[in-house]
Design a protein around this ligand. Structure first.
Ligand SMILES: Cc1ncc(C[n+]2csc(CCOP(=O)(O)OP(=O)(O)O)c2C)c(N)n1
Length: 588
């Protein structure tokens, strides 16, 4: 069947029997292909029929599907001519894990952060209405992403105007972990469709429920009905599906198999959402776990990304103290502020890229009230193959300006453990701890000083010709560059800076007064980053130093292997050596 589809009209012509055969083929293809490359296996196996039915009923050349998050669009990709690209998934320059406008005319938006579809679809539908266009807009949103603040804002407005809009809710009971809260309650139980109908009708929506989202005939009828309602205002099509449908391991472990590295589809061997080994997230998660074990009175919150934060054991063994608040980044911080107001010690664990959604809560709630909330943001810097929108490369720039906020970026796993421990004992004012998406170096202690203190910056070595101020995971590059310079008889000192805000000014002033060649290194964009903070210090205090800021040039960076991305953005050791040679020719 798959080979017979060369354009969208072909799917519209298929009989029910052929649609069913197509679903079987697509599911088999997804299992074979994703088990080899890795990818969002569970989410995509659950929406094969749903996507086929949408393509069958709607005219994709005219009607627009707006996928929320965009991780569940693989069947859509297959149906829009990208089957052969699946072998390039998770390769540099290969097919995106998400919906991507660069890939296809039929991908309406670029997305990978959840919650955007309903609002964007409302805007598209309004403009279509203004143009008297026949186009129907379909927002496709999972029950997990439905709890995002932006989804709720859109849901509220979705019936304010009569729009040619359909909102499809893919209800599988799961975000990455199981969904939580009121929406989960609404969507659970034998009477869930009745409860949902009452809820959405109350908001002013037409409602169509589908209890078996793998039954193509039911789906086609539901979408045909929704299409006929379009002139009557917005319709919700609420579809029950099973995440991981058709693959035993994905069905029984939907959390683990939301996304997986390559795996054996028969045995499940290799199935894991993160690379093997001790990542910084594991270090942070283990430290929090040991604090809970030692009965520290701490509360840990995560907005549905426990795996990225290494919280699995905390969640399973200390469910009262470790709370998944659902896909609700803003709410997580608000809730943390409430806990802190009542003197609780609270850690909020984000994946750095999704923390962007909560900028104002950091400023307005935690910052303004100077509350002792500790945010731990994993995957700061490059996020590897995740997505070009998943890199946490703006963190330092947008956080630096926030009053009262301290920013700590550990250079070693020891720094990370220490700062978490210190914050669990005494936290004053809000703090963000950033850490990278990387394995901890197995021999890291060979490199650094033996001191256990995390006060101020850690001087790793002195040098008469210049000084490298290094942030977080760029320390290794800095050590490499320092060694290469030493071999050329050029002596640069090196510090693991750790404290980005407030800067340990006294120590930095000492360095600035001893040398006039300063290098800063960071895995952050150049504008407003750590290097900029040193430039400000130099300028404001009239030091005569020359400064080389080794940081990522402004722009969106493709997903890819981290080392490759460092080379591409010219922050790797070779590039830094080259920049040093050009800037300070007199040294060579
Ligand atoms: C703002 C934001 N928070 C967290 C994530 C991480 N994330 C990606 S998919 C996902 C679960 C999505 O659940 P749902 O929308 O129900 O879709 P499903 O995978 O169950 O089909 C999460 C938490 C994200 N992409 N964006």
């Amino acid at each position: 069947m798959l080979d017979k589809i060369s354009c969208p009209q072909d799917i519209r012509k298929l009989s029910m029997g052929d649609l069913e055969k197509l679903a079987i083929e697509i599911r088999a293809f997804l299992i074979t292909s994703i088990s080899q490359t890795g990818g969002h296996i569970g989410a995509n196996l659950g929406v094969v029929e749903l996507t086929i039915a949408l393509h069958h009923v709607f005219e994709i050349e005219k009607d627009k599907i707006v996928f929320d998050t965009g991780h569940q669009g693989y069947t859509h990709k297959i149906l829009t001519g990208r089957k052969d690209d699946f072998k390039t998934l998770n390769q540099y320059g290969g097919m995106s894990r998400f919906i991507s406008r660069a890939e296809s005319l039929y991908d309406t938006i670029d997305a990978s952060h959840a919650g955007t579809a309903i609002s964007i679809a409302i805007g598209l539908a309004l403009s279509n209405k203004q143009d008297c266009s026949e186009s129907i807009t379909i927002a496709f949103v999972g029950d997990g992403s439905l709890v995002e603040g932006m989804s709720f804002e859109g849901l509220n407005f979705g019936t304010a105007l009569k729009l040619p809009l359909i909102i499809v809710i893919n209800d599988n009971g799961m975000a990455i972990p199981p969904n939580v809260g009121g929406i989960k309650k609404l969507f659970t139980g034998n009477d869930s469709l009745e409860k949902a109908e009452a809820f959405f009708s109350g908001l002013g929506y037409n409602y169509v429920g589908v209890s078996d989202g793998h039954n193509l005939s039911n789906l086609v009828s539901a979408f045909t009905q929704a299409r006929s309602f379009v002139k009557k205002g917005t319709t919700i099509v609420h579809v029950k599906t099973e995440k991981g449908k058709g693959l035993e391991i994905a069905k029984t472990h939907p959390y683990k198999m939301h996304f997986s590295m390559p795996f054996n589809p028969q045995t499940g061997e290799g199935a894991s959402s993160t690379p093997d080994g001790k990542t910084y997230a594991v270090v942070a998660g283990n430290k929090l776990y040991s604090l809970l074990k030692e009965n520290h009175d701490i509360t840990i919150l995560t907005p549905s990304t426990p795996y990225a934060s290494g919280l699995d054991r905390c969640l399973s063994e200390f469910p009262d103290k470790t709370i998944d608040v659902g896909m609700a980044e803003q709410h997580a911080l608000g809730m943390a502020c409430g806990l802190a107001l009542n003197n609780r010690t609270v850690f909020v664990c984000y994946q750095s890229t999704f923390m962007q959604r909560t900028l104002d809560q950091i400023i307005h709630d935690a910052g303004f009230m100077n509350l002792p909330v500790t945010i731990i943001a994993a995957r700061s810097g490059f996020s590897g193959f995740d997505s070009h929108t998943h890199h946490g490369i703006y963190d330092i720039s947008y956080l630096r300006a926030i009053p009262n906020l301290s920013i700590f970026y550990p250079g070693t796993s020891r720094d990370l453990e220490k700062i978490i421990e210190e914050r669990s004992i005494s936290a004053k004012g809000p703090m963000i701890i950033l850490h990278p998406y990387e394995l901890v170096r197995t021999n890291e202690m060979d490199f650094y000083s033996a001191s256990d203190s995390i006060n101020g910056i850690e001087i790793i070595g002195e040098g008469r010709d210049g000084f490298i101020l290094s942030v977080g995971n760029t320390l290794e590059t800095s050590i490499d560059v320092r060694d290469r310079l030493l071999k050329l008889g050029i002596e640069f000192g090196l510090a693991n800076v750790r404290w980005l805000k407030p800067l340990p000014e006294k120590q930095i002033f000492q360095i600035l007064s001893k040398t006039n060649r300063i290098v800063t290194t960071e895995e952050n964009v150049i504008e407003g980053g750590f290097g900029s903070s040193i430039a400000e210090l130099i300028l404001d205090n009239e030091f005569s130093c020359t400064l080389l800021r080794n940081a990522i040039p402004n722009g969106f960076v493709r997903p890819g292997d981290k080392q490759h991305l460092s080379r591409l953005t010219k922050i790797d050791a070779d590039s830094l050596m080259h920049k040093i040679k050009i800037k300070w020719k007199d040294l060579f």
